[in-house]
Design a protein around this ligand. Sequence first.
Ligand SMILES: CC(C)(COP(=O)(O)OP(=O)(O)OC[C@H]1O[C@@H](n2cnc3c(N)ncnc32)[C@H](O)[C@@H]1OP(=O)(O)O)[C@@H](O)C(=O)NCCC(=O)NCCS
Length: 193
Amino acid sequence: MSSVEIRLLDQERDENLAHDLVQLQIDCITSDGALLRFHPPFDDGKRQQMQLFWEDRFRQCRQGLRVSFLAVEMTDSNKENFCGVVELGLPVADTGPFRADVEMLMVSPHHRRKGIAKKLLSALESYAEEKERTLLQLSTDAGSTAATHVYPAMGYIKFGTVPDYGIKPDTAELVAGEYFYKDLRKSKGSTRA
Ligand SMILES: CC(C)(COP(=O)(O)OP(=O)(O)OC[C@H]1O[C@@H](n2cnc3c(N)ncnc32)[C@H](O)[C@@H]1OP(=O)(O)O)[C@@H](O)C(=O)NCCC(=O)NCCS
């Protein structure tokens, strides 16, 4: 038996995390055709570029501009098996200190449909509420599982579609982007996992 827990990124403890995140990102791009910044081929040069992408985000975590939530499966021998991530971007804005961005939600294709995305988003929302970042925003590719099922199930409201937003990694077709928001002050207790 194993269980999945959500915890915050710990930069000392998670020293190999950038490598694991690159692999998770590649798995999601390959299996879902998701718009997750990078396209194949995932050769050494591309993997290095992706590693730098994550290291830059870890730097933003140290600066207090971002928080990362990790889903880890606890195995019978009490080892952690990394299986998902979501980030909360915390932009500096006097005009909207209560706003934040939901980014890079990914769950390993080996761990889907077990409620992990909902658990990750619930943990992110509890943290955001505690920090008074109550207006959450995000964008995702139209027609994806996230846009069709996950965000609506969690009470996110679609407020717009941008045509020809991004290039699909598998077909090179242009796909629309969909924009969502959730005001935590107005949706208390309604949809948490
Ligand atoms: C989107 C993603 C994160 C969902 O992860 P997950 O852990 O499988 O999702 P959950 O098990 O928490 O499911 C959440 C809800 O969506 C529904 N759902 C999830 N996958 C579904 C699917 N393939 N078909 C229909 N419904 C689905 C679940 O039933 C659940 O709703 P419910 O509680 O009302 O039944 C995962 O598919 C993924 O990593 N995709 C690739 C990356 C991506 O597109 N990320 C979004 C970038 S913004």
